[in-house]
Design a protein around this ligand. Structure first.
Ligand SMILES: Cc1cc2nc3c(=O)[nH]c(=O)nc-3n(C[C@H](O)[C@H](O)[C@H](O)COP(=O)(O)O)c2cc1C
Length: 210
């Protein structure tokens, strides 16, 4: 076999098939990368009084790989009196003082707002955060932990708050803090709460990419 014939066979049997396979592979890889790129930069902002929302938001953050920031309520919500003022304030939809007072949302295209449910509304610090910030052009995702899942009325009350601040709620997600076992209301473990947050992560990611 002369050199020319050997080179031709080498081209047809090795180089060309490898080249074609690499091209086909690239076609499959490229859309996956493009999909990653469509997810907007996301910040999770949350408040937690007793740790459930913190657990859920931290688990979610690990899945989404986004930024996270905790808001503190400068009014003490500890103990029975704290519970009482929290519930009463929610019924009358009052605000509170928060730390940080202002969060720069400019780098973010989406904000996940994590909150416990207090008397059918987000916690005071979250109501204050929503009222003090503008969400124009941003996706807002509500992510609450609650004993009983919020009904449509409760969700739409929160959605109205977000709309008043220029945003729209693109998704509403809830994690149960209690469950009924043999008819008895039982507090769910932090592990189960974290697991539920992880389960919701892919749905939330889908909303972020839409
Ligand atoms: C003042 C107050 C009011 C609450 N109101 C409700 C409510 O209306 N519906 C509900 O299902 N859970 C309610 N809860 C329970 C909390 O939403 C739930 O335990 C939540 O997971 C607590 O989150 P945290 O540990 O992050 O503070 C209330 C809790 C507090 C402290």
């Amino acid at each position: 076999m002369n050199k020319r014939k050997a080179a031709s066979i080498m081209w047809r049997c090795v180089v060309a098939p490898v080249f074609i396979m690499v091209c086909i592979g690239a076609l499959y890889v490229q859309p996956a990368c493009a999909l990653e790129d469509t997810a907007v930069k996301t910040l999770i902002v949350y408040y937690s009084r007793t740790g459930n929302t913190k657990t859920a938001c931290e688990a979610l953050q690990k899945e989404l790989g986004c930024d996270i920031l905790e808001i503190r309520d400068l009014k003490s919500r500890a103990g029975g009196w704290g519970f009482f003022t929290a519930a009463l304030g929610s019924m009358f939809n009052t605000h509170t003082e928060i730390d940080p007072d202002h969060i720069d949302l400019a780098p973010y295209g989406a904000v996940v707002i994590g909150s416990p449910v207090w008397a059918g509304r987000p916690a005071a610090s979250i109501r204050t955060f929503i009222a003090k910030h503008r969400f124009d052009g941003r996706k807002v995702i509500m992510f609450t932990t609650t004993n009983v899942f919020e009904n449509k009325g409760s969700q739409s009350r929160t959605e109205k708050m977000v709309v008043q601040s220029g945003g729209r709620v693109a998704g509403y997600f809830q994690v149960a803090a209690t469950e009924k076992i043999n008819g008895e209301k039982t507090v769910r473990s932090r592990e189960l709460i974290a697991q539920d947050a992880v389960k919701l992560a892919s749905e939330i990611e889908t909303v972020l990419k839409q």
